[in-house]
Design a protein around this ligand. Structure first.
Ligand code: TRP
Length: 333
């Protein structure tokens, strides 16, 4: 069987270096080896942002540009829009018949998200999004799902749903495997454990050279280093974490310069600014190319979505047969 990789992002807006390190970079590699699907989760984002209807369209555009600029190649990866695959919603309904509310209530990621957002009341769609995520995965029979560890409970549920479906009806769905990212989460420029746009500590993928320099200049370093020659503590410095993520080859030398106090923070920052500029410059070029061709970007999304729709129809036909919901022959309808 050929392996199929699937990844998706809630359409919450522009992507940043944290996404690049944690996911995009890996997707770009995986598309060389596997049939790849990348989708814009514009339905899942509604589970928490259902009133933000005016933002979704622009987020889709920006994130598609982020994908393309980061090197996701539309010749190698199918990029599609979740809400345009109605079979995902249909599958979600069928799956929801045999998923218990308690298993969703106890899902650790759901719990953490509900707490983080201060939701004292759980909405039906939010509580059920892991079920719809199982439909995202199974409609295209994806086999490899690269995820961070927060997504593991959802992957486990998807696997349980597949097993249950296959035993209740017919063995037609495929159990997905999680591919756990081993890259550490990228810290924010303020030292927060997570780089995040909403925390204001992110470096966006569409940054100009000036944006990068500015963000790095203002970034936190080891607070114990007041004078240039004070010995530094690389482990607690976000800049060191960036060297580690973006130019690991330079680490021993940078660590030594920092710990011995022979390299000051501003020199260290200059070096990471240069490395980031080298990473982002080609992205900026690709982004400019696609941004100047909005019709081409539409075509990429339309082609990818149509491809996914074709697969969804085939799977749904099998599902309906398996569930004995195929009342009439297709030619009669
Ligand atoms: N929940 C995922 C996230 O927040 C996005 C997502 C939706 C997803 N459906 C998926 C990821 C299916 C993998 C497979 O990042």
């Amino acid at each position: 069987m050929t392996e199929r990789v699937l990844t998706g992002d809630r359409v919450t807006g522009k992507l940043h270096l944290g996404h690049y390190v944690g996911s995009l970079q890996n997707r770009v590699l995986l598309q060389e080896e596997y049939e790849s699907f990348v989708f814009l989760a514009d339905v899942q984002v509604l589970t928490t942002h259902f009133e933000q209807k005016d933002l979704i369209r622009s987020h889709i555009r920006e994130m598609t540009l982020d994908y393309l600029s980061a090197g996701i190649d539309p010749e190698k990866s199918t990029i599609f829009i979740q809400s345009m695959i109605p079979e995902i919603a249909e599958l979600t309904i069928y799956f929801s018949m045999f998923v218990s509310v308690n298993s969703l209530r106890h899902n650790p990621t759901i719990k953490a998200e509900a707490k983080g957002r201060g939701l004292d009341e759980l909405y039906y769609g939010f509580l059920g999004y892991p079920v719809s995520q199982a439909a995202d995965i199974t409609f295209c029979k994806a086999t490899i799902i690269p995820v961070g560890d927060d997504q593991l409970p959802h992957l486990e549920l998807a696997r349980r749903i597949v097993r249950r479906f296959n035993e209740l009806y017919q063995p037609i769905l495929v159990e997905p495997q999680a591919l756990i990212s081993n890259t550490p989460r990228l810290v924010g420029t303020d030292g927060n454990a997570k780089m995040s746009k909403s925390l204001g500590n992110a470096i966006a993928l569409d940054s100009t050279a000036e944006d990068i320099a500015y963000k790095i200049k203002r970034a936190l370093t080891d607070p114990a280093r007041v004078h240039k020659n004070d010995p530094g503590h690389p482990e607690i410095c976000p800049i060191y974490a960036y060297h580690s993520a973006f130019q690991p080859g330079h680490l021993p030398e940078i660590r030594e310069g920092c710990e011995r106090g022979t390299m000051g923070c501003s020199a260290c920052k200059e070096r990471i600014t240069m490395a980031l500029e080298q990473l982002i410059a080609p992205m900026r070029e690709r982004r400019a190319y696609y941004a100047a061709r909005p019709q081409l970007v539409d075509e990429i999304l339309i082609t990818g979505t149509k491809h996914a729709q074709g697969i969804a129809k085939e799977t749904m036909k099998e599902v309906r047969e398996a569930m004995k919901l195929d009342y009439f022959s297709p030619s009669a309808m």
